[in-house]
Design a protein around this ligand. Structure first.
Ligand code: NDP
Length: 484
């Protein structure tokens, strides 16, 4: 009997996806560079379904039905190219190579281009949900050719998480690197989601003096509101954990330096290239950097930099303050999602991807780290023929903002008075205010640009581009005519 799919790279993610496929009744051929991992998997879980053990890539290829589907789950970067280089010569036209790792989307675009020249399909899929998701149902974001999805889609949809309405959290995103791009932005949003929760925690603790154990209860309660999400749920778990060694809250013995593996940074780099203002994600990446990049500076600044805190305005009742923080968190979260979706729209234009935001929000509803009730509402906001030009302008969210704004502003004022950093709360509000502002100081910047670099400006009252002769008589000239 031939296998329907092969998996090469059997570390945590590959092994769990292989088991997930086998549990769904597929015959899965297994391969790993070092055969020990293959044998360990078979030993521990071989009874969960039909597996075919292979030792070489040639054996893997020979064990598969045609057209072949081979899922690569090796370390992202050069190893993926190394495996493709060994695999491609062994394959036939129309076979499908799938890369389910966290590859950077420009690599996926390049690989898809090269392999399509050889008549092979290359599908970069974003997989979110970590180890647990891979085994029990991840959120899957496949790119590559639409044709390859005909063959691959049914398998992927079978093993994907299911949203509350029963729909699989997997849908063809668009061509070449689109799947990995969407996964990357998912991770960027995840950074922002985590940071706004962190800012809320810091405010509850530093302003209202609420200890972690009590905060765990607050987050549990918040999880029954529109904030309902996986990240809020695990926040409550982390905050309630007591350190066995010291008896202190665990969070107090964890060094406050946050690491990162790079997908947040990629999201911001891509956004800079696209000119897409993902300020919430960028501030989240930089907040992690501030926490960890220069411990000596943090240590010295703690002792030496003046705080200059202001006479603090009267603190509202604790209950009121908690509710204010909850609303500020939610408002900032909405902005981060709006910004992330905006980046997807910009990327779609740049790379020629037809991205359906309702579908993308839909497949983030379960299986992945940012899964949340909110995503169902975002999905609804983008259904129908007229798409909001910005998520915040969808009718439901506009109305919501009206309710959240006073709390959001109050919380940021409080944090500012007391010298508590709230980079994403504050920058998200600036973005929001920037968006709705009638006149931005951008006019002044354009004036300065015209002054030092003759970069010209548009006028509010006439067509064309204009230039003031700053170093001469300061008369305004039609920029077009100045070049003739
Ligand atoms: P790792 O990223 O740790 O990669 C280990 C696997 O890669 C092993 O099977 C190893 O083989 C293989 N490998 C490394 N170099 C080569 C090479 N040159 N040629 C052949 N095989 C090679 O495994 P993970 O399971 O953690 O992750 C797999 C992918 O999934 C990564 O891209 C990761 O970013 C992504 N991912 C991971 C998540 C997670 O929670 N861990 C979540 C979502 C995505 P050997 O055993 O022989 O050393």
């Amino acid at each position: 009997k031939k296998a329907q799919i092969g998996v090469t790279g059997l570390a945590v993610m590959g092994a769990n996806l292989a088991r997930n496929l086998a549990r769904h009744g597929y015959t899965v051929a297994l391969h790993n560079r070092s055969v020990e991992k293959t044998d360990a998997l078979l030993e521990a879980h071989g009874s969960e379904g039909e597996f075919i053990r292979t030792e070489t890539l040639q054996e893997l290829v020979d064990s598969l039905e045609s057209p072949r589907r081979i899922l690569i789950m090796v370390k992202a970067g050069a190893p993926v190219d190394a495996v493709i280089d060994q695999l491609a010569p062994l394959l036939d036209k129309d076979d499908i190579i799938i890369d389910g790792g966290n590859s950077h989307f420009p690599d996926t675009i390049r690989r898809e281009h090269d392999l399509s020249q050889m008549g092979l399909h290359f599908v970069g899929i974003g997989v979110s949900g970590g180890e647990e998701g891979a085994l029990n149902g991840p959120s899957i974001m496949p790119g590559g050719s639409e044709k390859s999805y005909e063959s691959l889609g049914p398998l992927l949809e079978d093993i994907a998480a299911k949203a509350p309405d029963g729909k699989p959290c997997c849908a063809w995103i668009s061509t070449d690197g689109a799947g990995h791009f969407v996964k990357m932005v998912h991770n960027g949003i995840e950074y922002a989601d985590m940071q706004v929760i962190g800012e809320a925690y810091d405010l509850l603790r530093s302003v209202a003096g609420i200890e972690p154990a009590d905060q765990a209860e607050i987050f549990k309660k918040w999880n029954t509101t529109e904030l309902n999400s996986y990240l809020i749920e695990i926040t409550s778990e982390v905050l309630s954990q007591v350190d066995a060694k010291t008896g202190k809250p665990l969070i107090d013995v964890i060094v406050d330096e946050a690491g990162q593996k790079g997908t947040g940074r990629w999201t911001v780099q891509a956004a800079l290239d696209l000119g897409s203002p993902v300020t919430g994600i960028a501030e989240s990446v930089f907040a992690r950097a501030l926490s960890s990049s220069n411990p000596a500076a943090r240590q010295q600044a703690q002792k030496e930099l003046p705080a200059g805190v202001l006479e603090s305005s009267q603190l509202a009742e604790e209950e009121e303050f908690i509710e204010d923080v909850r609303k500020a968190l939610f408002a900032s979260k909405l902005v981060s999602y709006a910004q992330g979706l905006d980046q997807l729209v910009a990327a779609g234009k740049e790379y020629g991807w037809e991205l359906k935001l309702d579908e993308i929000a839909g497949l983030w509803r379960a299986g992945c780290i940012i899964r949340a009730e909110l995503l169902g509402e975002i999905m609804d906001a983008y259904q129908g023929d007229t798409q909001p030009v910005n998520m915040l302008l969808a009718p439901g969210f506009k109305k919501l903002m009206e309710d959240l704004l006073p709390s959001w502003r109050r919380v940021i004022v409080k944090a500012t008075e007391m010298g508590i950093p709230v980079p994403v709360f504050a920058s998200s509000l600036s973005y929001y205010d920037g968006l709705r502002r009638d006149r931005l100081p951008a006019a002044l910047i354009q004036g300065q640009r015209d002054f030092f670099g003759a970069h010209t400006y548009a006028r509010v009252d006439s067509e064309g581009m204009w230039h003031t002769e700053w170093s001469g008589n300061r008369l305004e000239i039609d920029a077009a005519s100045s070049h003739t």
